[in-house]
Design a protein around this ligand. Structure first.
Ligand code: ACO
Length: 378
């Protein structure tokens, strides 16, 4: 009897696992759309809250819907006493992504699981996570700086409130705008590794908090969201812009991956990069110190060197990493900021997965030993 060996797609590359109505990359134009709208156009003209509404509800809010959405999000920002106390007890050496993962797990422990089909309950949980995650991230950055937390301010928008909770002040509107652009660009990207993780967990009919906790774990890795943090470490390691080419030769010879470059879906450049690069350029031109100019020169030298030597383009993490540094965030806070944005995409996918669920369970081609008898216990 002959057995057909199924084709193995390592890393599920090129495998279409399901349908989605949330976002896509249009191959012909290399353009990312959220619910049909080009992400660049959304980032240019809409707030992050409007984009969150779009991803969850399928369309942009009208003014009354936006008012209601904002009021509900602002009311949910404070953390419960138990969560704050437990998070404050975590070791200060703990990475902020571990703090965030633990926080979501605690939110789940405090929230009774609903018995219904989950849609309404999951929408409420998604909004609560959107509102509370910045409070966790900001308090953690302050804790690592030896400072006490600043409570959320319900008079401020999502992005402004985050700056206020981190630094006790809101920067110039242009800086807030650059940050908001990054949130919009990071919000959603179809079946990427962390979103797919959330869908796998959801497909077993587990709860939203478990799916988001797992997604945070997947995003943390440097091949995914952890790359925006890794970009900054890499720039620090290179140091001198004149060393970019020499450093790159050494890194490629050592078979190192260059952080912030390459993408599974975009082979000719990440469509989100030009807009984020433009935001980064505006931040650099505002900076008054030579350090920003040095970093920007190094950033550009490395981009050119990678393109020339490997033909690989930067992904969103490359300009976003340096932009967050220039905004004053600590490097370990970069990937948690990605979470604050991607929570919208993850939870939109969790709802979609539940709406027409199929257990996600691929096969593997076994390459271990053939069947053999268990040796008798000596
Ligand atoms: N540095 C050096 N070489 C690279 C890089 C890179 N960043 N990216 C791809 N390549 C090379 C690979 O070595 C491989 O070359 P080879 O065929 O000679 O072996 C080829 O390009 C194809 O790369 P793969 O790793 O097979 O592509 P894959 O689709 O599996 O990986 C990934 C995509 C993980 C993003 C990869 O490009 C990478 O590791 N980049 C660095 C990490 C990073 O920036 N991640 C962020 C992703 S975007 C996001 O999360 C927002």
């Amino acid at each position: 009897m002959t057995t057909t060996v199924p084709e193995i797609r390592r890393g599920l590359a090129g495998v279409v696992a399901d349908t989605t109505e949330i976002s896509t990359v249009i191959r012909e134009t290399n353009s990312l759309t959220y619910r049909g709208y080009p992400v660049q156009d959304l980032a240019a003209s809409r707030s992050f809250e409007e984009v969150a509404h779009l991803l969850w509800h399928g369309d942009l809010p009208d003014p009354a819907q936006l008012r209601e959405f904002r009021a509900r999000e602002r009311a949910l920002r404070p953390l419960g006493r138990t969560t704050s106390e437990l998070l404050a007890r975590l070791p200060e050496t703990c990475h902020p992504m571990d703090v965030l993962r633990t926080a979501v797990s605690l939110f789940g422990a405090e929230d009774p699981i609903e018995d219904d089909d989950g849609t309404a309950a999951n929408r409420a949980k998604s909004l609560a996570l959107l509102a509370k995650l910045p409070t966790v991230v900001a308090a953690d950055q302050r804790r690592r700086r030896g400072l006490s937390p600043i409570p959320p301010d319900s008079d401020l928008g999502y992005a402004e409130n985050f700056f206020q909770m981190c630094f006790g002040a809101v920067p110039e509107p242009e800086v807030v705008r650059c940050f908001e652009i990054s949130l919009v660009l990071y919000a959603e990207h179809s079946f990427n590794a962390s979103t797919f993780t959330a869908r796998v967990v959801t497909s077993t009919l587990s709860d939203l908090y478990s799916a988001v906790t797992a997604a945070i774990g997947a995003l943390k890795g440097p091949l995914h969201g952890g790359a925006n943090e890794a970009v900054m470490h890499m720039l620090e390691e290179i140091g001198d812009p004149a060393r970019a080419g020499e450093w790159l030769d050494g890194a490629l010879a050592a078979k190192r991956k260059i952080m912030g470059f390459g993408h599974r879906v975009y082979r000719h450049g990440d469509s989100r990069v030009p807009m984020m690069q433009d935001a980064l350029d505006r931040l650099v031109s505002r900076a008054t110190d030579s350090e920003a100019t040095r970093l920007a020169t190094l950033h550009e030298s490395l981009r050119r060197a990678v393109l020339t030597r490997k033909g690989i383009h930067p992904n969103l993490d490359y300009p976003a990493g340096l932009a967050y540094h220039l905004m004053g965030f600590d490097t370990p806070t970069f990937t948690p900021i990605f979470v604050m944005s991607r929570i919208t995409g993850w939870t939109a996918h969790i709802t979609e997965q539940l709406a027409h669920n199929a257990l996600i369970r691929p096969l593997a081609s076994y390459t271990g030993p053939g069947q053999r008898p268990v040796p008798t216990v000596p």
